[in-house]
Design a protein around this ligand. Structure first.
Ligand code: ATP
Ligand code: MG
Length: 384
């Protein structure tokens, strides 16, 4: 009786001829995330098995797999020879500490096995009732289901408890995007959402040293590190934004500060993206959440780029975003109280509906190109 984790994938089955590409990608991603743990990952029909691991590593492996996009669910199971005595012994073991109602559900891919799936379920149910007096059969809505899966190769998998994976598509199946990451709650969630849909990630962060300190930068590095566990690594580009902010502050109307800052952020993010082969910009914007996220503000900042801008949170409420942040483990870091560059020169009354002609007029007071070149030249790259 060998302990295994059964890993099931989602959506890949929809991919027709490309299916093996997706399957290989997911298999590699699983191997990569488990690289430091003694264990083995193998393909078994349309699923994967993780096996040959130490019992004490089980939780650790499961927690790692919960960060792999493309995984639908995982079960802690056992692999035995397709032999009724072995199957029974294993089923009794799996159900030893369960109480309440149960049923056995059998899948018999091995059509040579002499009993039908209904007969196997019935006989095994009988064995379980004999061995555990706390169990009662309920085939309609049982509290526990003991799954028995007879494969064609003479092996049988048994499992009862299943945990959900994050779903989505394997990272690497949907190109590369650049997340504009702040130290806030939203952008790390936006990054996670796109990694979940299969994007590799790069990140750009704008900081305003000395207005924002080392701790604020550290916070963004920590957030990016958490995200990198979902995306299989992130290259974080930290751009010094101080000169640009000072130039806007000195030369342009106060209420346009945020509008103009955001236009610079988008331009620089596009330049960096182009230079690293990233195909899209990702932000944590949510429609109407703040002055810079009205449709008019989004239009004026979007106007400076030609790349697609993905805004996976555009229709989410703050509370929905917070729920995800808590689930993916970024929330506690996001709420640490450090300044963001956007809060440094914050105007009292930011424009809620900026007009593009006025924005262009204000911007003409600046030498945008040299400011951008200067900022790009001072960018620090951190591999996470
Ligand atoms: P967040 O919670 O992600 O900080 P927010 O609600 O504070 O978002 P804004 O400040 O309007 O909203 O920022 C909108 C988006 O712009 C952010 O989600 C992020 O993608 C990007 N952004 C904001 N500040 C920065 C920054 N300092 N560096 C990089 N990107 C930023
Ligand atoms: Mg913010």
């Amino acid at each position: 009786m060998e302990r295994i984790i059964i890993v099931r994938y989602c959506e890949i089955h929809l991919k027709g001829k490309n299916r093996s590409f997706f399957e290989n990608l997911l298999e590699n991603n699983i191997r990569k995330i488990l690289a430091d743990i003694p264990c083995e990952t193998v393909r078994a029909q349309s699923r994967y098995l993780v096996r040959n691991f130490a019992d004490e590593d089980y939780e650790f492996i499961l927690n790692k797999l919960k960060k792999v996009s493309g995984i639908h669910s995982m079960s802690l199971g056992y692999k035995v020879n397709t032999d009724f005595a072995e199957i029974s012994e294993c089923a009794v073991e799996i159900m030893r500490y369960k109480c309440g109602t149960f049923k056995v559900e059998t899948n018999r891919a091995d059509k040579k096995y002499p009993k039908t799936s209904v007969e196997i379920s019935r006989d095994l149910g009988g064995v379980l009732l004999e061995n555990n007096r706390m169990l009662k059969v309920d085939v309609i809505s049982p509290e526990h289901i003991c799954y028995v899966d007879l494969r064609e190769d003479g092996t049988t998998y048994l499992y009862c408890d299943t945990v959900k994976g994050i779903g989505g598509m394997p990272v690497g199946s949907s190109g590369r995007g650049t997340i504009m990451i702040s130290g806030g709650i939203d952008s790390p969630v936006a990054a996670f959402m796109m990694a979940k849909r299969g994007m590799r990630l790069s990140a750009v962060h704008f900081h305003s040293f000395p207005y924002t300190g080392e701790a604020a930068k550290r916070k963004v590095i920590d957030l990016t590190k958490i995200i990198s566990e979902y995306s299989g690594g992130v290259d974080l580009h930290v751009v010094s934004f101080t000169k640009i902010q000072e130039a806007i502050h000195e030369n342009c109307p106060e209420e346009m500060m945020i509008t103009l800052m955001r236009r610079f952020m988008f331009r620089i993010t596009q330049r960096i993206s182009e230079s690293i082969g990233s195909q899209a910009i990702i932000t944590g914007e949510s429609l109407g959440q703040v002055a810079s996220q009205t449709i008019e503000s989004i239009t004026t900042s979007n106007a400076v780029v030609t790349m697609p801008v993905l805004r996976p949170l555009i229709g989410f409420d703050k509370l929905e975003i917070i729920d995800i942040a808590k689930r993916i483990g970024t929330y506690e870091t996001s709420i640490l109280p450090y300044e963001d560059c956007c809060t440094v020169f914050l105007p009292k009354y930011p424009l809620i509906k900026p007009r593009i002609d006025r924005v262009l007029e204000a911007e003409s007071k600046l030498d945008a190109e040299s400011l951008i070149e200067d900022a790009l030249g001072k960018t620090e790259i951190i591999e996470l």
